[in-house]
Design a protein around this ligand. Structure first.
Ligand code: SF4
Ligand code: SF4
Length: 228
């Protein structure tokens, strides 16, 4: 999903994905089904932000079907040409669209986590995927984007969350209360999962404002010692 969105945020007018025929994948993982569900989700998200979903297409074929591949590519090329440069058929400035896509790109870890069960599902045939993701689901997905906040009264500066954060969005250190930089956070939820339950310092907030970060000069944790 990230590669697809990156292509659009870099100004590509169309993205085409080809996979082996469904049920003919050589691997037990059947990645072509996963690619299909990802494309269906991506197309609904494109619709949600005003990007024409026809700019993204997936087709399945075998490696011996060169003619079919050529036909499909010619057809897709013509179709994208008719849509024009990114933003033209959408009636939106191309740069505005690119920045919307970039915002969504940042949320990919959250999107994949929130939709993981559905993304992994495998139906009998392609027709059954009609309407697989609904507009309502996508609206809910973006309405419920959570924020992660570290409760300064509970953080014990064990540093597990800052070590595991994939984008270095958590400021902290030895004996320092940790703080999430909301601008950098990509909502992956890792800090929420790894904070030891005995501390339970990371809060997931879905329905309200995030409290401001504790001021730097108040982050030092005074440890009790056993010395008498
Ligand atoms: S949710 Fe936590 S671990 Fe994930 S990016 Fe945000 S701060 Fe880092
Ligand atoms: S894992 Fe929890 S207790 Fe440890 S530093 Fe992070 S928020 Fe604080």
């Amino acid at each position: 999903m990230k590669f697809v969105l990156r292509a659009f945020s870099n100004g590509m007018d169309g993205v085409f994905i080809a996979g082996c025929r469904l049920n003919e994948c050589n691997y037990v993982t059947h990645g072509n089904y996963h690619a299909l569900t990802m494309v269906l989700l991506c197309r609904k998200i494109m619709e949600y932000i005003g990007l024409n979903p026809e700019r993204l297409r997936i087709e399945f074929m075998s490696s011996s079907e060169g003619l079919l591949f050529a036909e499909i590519m010619n057809d897709f090329g013509k179709h994208v040409n008719a849509l024009g440069p990114l933003g033209k058929s959408e009636g939106i400035d191309g740069d505005e669209l690119k920045s919307k896509v970039r915002e969504i790109e940042k949320l990919v870890p959250y999107i994949k986590m929130a939709t993981r069960e559905k993304l992994a599902s495998r139906l009998e045939n392609e027709e059954e995927y009609e309407g697989f993701f609904t507009t309502g689901e996508i609206e809910k997905l973006f309405h419920e984007v959570p924020s992660y906040y570290i409760d300064p009264d509970k953080c014990q500066a064990c540093m597990i969350c800052s070590r595991r954060c994939p984008v270095e969005a958590i400021a902290g250190g030895k004996n320092l209360i940790h703080v999430v930089d909301q601008e950098t956070c990509i909502k992956c939820g890792t800090c929420f999962e790894v904070c030891p339950p005995r501390f339970g310092a990371v809060k997931m907030i879905s329905d309200g404002p995030v409290p401001p970060p504790i001021p730097e000069e108040e982050r030092k944790i005074a440890r009790k010692t056993n010395k008498k």
